[in-house]
Structure formats: structure tokens, C-alpha cells
Write a protein that binds this ligand. Sequence first.
Ligand code: NAD
Ligand code: AHE
Ligand code: ZN
Ligand code: ZN
Length: 369
Amino acid sequence: MKSRAAVAWKAGDPLTIEEVDVQGPKAGEVLVRIVATGVCHTDAFTLSGADPEGIFPSILGHEGAGVVEEVGPGVTTLKPGDHVIPLYTAECGKCKFCLSGKTNLCQAVRATQGKGLMPDGTSRFSLNGETIYHYMGTSTFSEYTVVPEISLAKIQIDAPLEKVCLLGCGITTGIGAVLNTAKVEPGSTVAIFGMGGIGLSCIQGARMAGAERIIAIDINEDKFEMARQFGATDCINPKDFSDPIQQVIVDMTDGGVDYSFECIGNVDVMRSALECCHKGWGESVIIGVAGAGQEISTRPFQLVTGRVWKGSAFGGVKGRSQLPGYVEDYMNGKIEIDPFITHTMGLEDINKAFDLMHEGKSIRSVILF
Ligand code: NAD
Ligand code: AHE
Ligand code: ZN
Ligand code: ZN
């Protein structure tokens, strides 16, 4: 079949809208009609060429929601008409990772996914006979996409897809990093670096966890109004201080924060986020994604003296079993999504969504098909 899709041909180039060919679902696969998709900074990161796993030409997008159109042989848990959120972190329930009880990082399809291919080692997308690669196993910048059954969370039919698409990455990642990865306790002091969709979602999670003090850090002060709306108690711009920001935060908090979250992808800020943690117990969670060749560093003494460095992918959330609960929490008013959607547009304007992100003018743009 034909599908309208935004194709990334080459690192650094704008996407172009094409009518691509999509092959039907093979065994264990599902054809999904995407209704809406967010644009996450990770899409821009891969398009920039900084992602060691970036493959071109490909169809980016990993924050979507849609409707099952057709299922391939052997698919038993989904049927046409079901509403779904594609998962870049599958949940097979059978692999060593799924069975460990220690991680959400199912590896059942991860190797082929990282090569832009379906689990059988081929792509379902092409244009004029040329292979177009998948991205993160989701490729939600296409009206029709093919996704493994184990990479789809079935959600309640009455949830608005143009809103809950943001649970496919950003909002779940931020809330999950606070609740699952850090396990922030009531009364905690928390520092959150980067007030994009991820950082604001960390604020939301910190509020849910009962954190008492929530310090928001960004170099773009336009972000502070929304940070305060979500519950930040302090908003600070590192450019306003001559001391390193970690020192400023340590001084503000009688020795450092209980938890910090890096939501930017800047390795220098990752160091600040660790070093603003309290001696003896402070924990820092890296969420931001850094480019090829970049490395983090700190004095080992920071860890010897009790600070802990962690990372979080998709907020530690197991997509098939836990994401439907996030959708339910949105429907019950426990999770906010609507204020994150600062812009909506059609697929033909998708490059505008990238521009708005780079200009610091959007939190999330949602593409409506
Ligand atoms: P975004 O571009 O919307 O927000 C980033 C924010 O960081 C902006 O407000 C920007 O002003 C701020 N910032 C930039 N440099 C800064 C600095 N030096 N000091 C303080 N603030 C600074 O991005 P987003 O969509 O919220 O994504 C944030 C990061 O999280 C990206 O690296 C993205 O790839 C990553 N991410 C990771 C996961 C995961 O599962 N680990 C999931 C989603 C996104
Ligand atoms: N491909 C990159 C890493 C990208 C990355 O870290 N992705 C996050 C999700 S970002 C969503 O916006 C993630 O979940 N990683 C775990 C995984 O298995 O990919 C690289 O550096 O190679
Ligand atoms: Zn993302
Ligand atoms: Zn698994």
C-alpha cells in the first residue's frame, strides 16, 4: 500500500514528504495507522547525524498513537480497530531482560531495531524500489507503519490519540524516571536540568512523588513559566551565576539535592547534575542522550562519598504491561498532557516542528495525520 511519510534522506537535511510503499505485516507484525505523533528531541538528535545508530534514508518518529489496521500471521493479542501506542522498548515477557524483574529493556527485537529493520532482517518501507529504513522500531512519521506485536501497547479505546501519543515517549520517560528509576520519596529535594518535554515531565513526577523542593534549571528563561505551573519551587539560569551551577545548588540546599535529573543530553551538565547531589546519598539520573564519541566524567571521589549515577530509558516503564495504566491516569486526571502540546500541525509542516524545538519555542509539537 501507499503511505504519506516524512523521509529523512540524509543527516542534517530537512525531511521531505513522500508517498512511500509499505508492505503488509509479516508473522508477528501489525500494520498501524498513525493518527498523531509528537516530535521528541531524540528525533532531532538522530536527524542531526550525532546518533551512532542513525541510518538513512529512514522514517523517524517514536512518539505516536494509532489504530490497528491489519495483523500478520500468529498475532494473537491485537485485532483491527484496537488503539495502540508503538513502543521503542518492546516487552516480549520471555527474554532474560523481561524475566529479570530488574529492567524494562527487553532485547527481543533490539538488535534488528537498531539496524532499522524488522525482526526478520528486512524493511517494510521502500520508495521507487529503494529501501527506506525503520527507526526505533516505530517510524511514526508515516501514516501507516509496521510494528512487531510485542512493540505495541493496547490502550483504552476512548483515550484521545492526539494527546496520549505523548505517552509514547516524553511524558512517560520523565514521570517514570522519577517514580521508577529514582523512586523519589515524599519531602525530597530535587534538581531537574532542562525544561523541555522530558524535564517538565520530571517535575510532574516529582510532584506526584511528594517532593518538597523542585529546582528547575534552564538557560532559556521562557521555560520557567511552565516549570512553575507544573510545580517548580525554584527556577534558575546558570548564566546568572559566576560559580558553577552545582556549587550554586549545593549552597541553596544545605549540601545538595536528594535527586537530580539531566534532561538535555549535555555531558558537562550531566557532571553538574551529579555533583549537585548531597554527599552520602544523592542520586543523579541521566535521561538526556549524548552524541557519538561523547563521554561523562567526574572525580571518582564524588561516588566514593556516596553519590550515585544512574540512567533511565523510557522511564523504566514496561510498555505493554504498564503504559495502559499511564493512559488511564491521564483519563482520570492524574497525569497532565494537554499543556505540553504547544503546537499542532499537519505532516506537511513537520520541519516547522523541528525549527520550533531548536528555537526553544515549543514544548511538544503534535503532528496530526
Ligand atoms: P527539548 O529540546 O524539548 O528540551 C531541552 C531543554 O534543555 C530546553 O529547554 C533547553 O533550553 C535546555 N537546555 C539546553 N542546554 C542547556 C544547558 N546547557 N543548561 C540548561 N538547560 C539547557 O528536549 P526534550 O525532548 O525534552 O529531550 C531532552 C533530552 O532527553 C534529549 O537529549 C532527548 O534525546 C532525551 N530523551 C531521552 C529519553 C530516554 O528514554 N532516556 C527519552 C526521551 C528523550
Ligand atoms: N541510539 C543512541 C541512543 C539513543 C537512546 O539512548 N535512546 C533512548 C531513548 S530516547 C527516546 O527519546 C533509549 O531508550 N535507549 C535504550 C535503547 O535500547 O536504545 C546511541 O547512542 O546509540
Ligand atoms: Zn523520545
Ligand atoms: Zn523481552
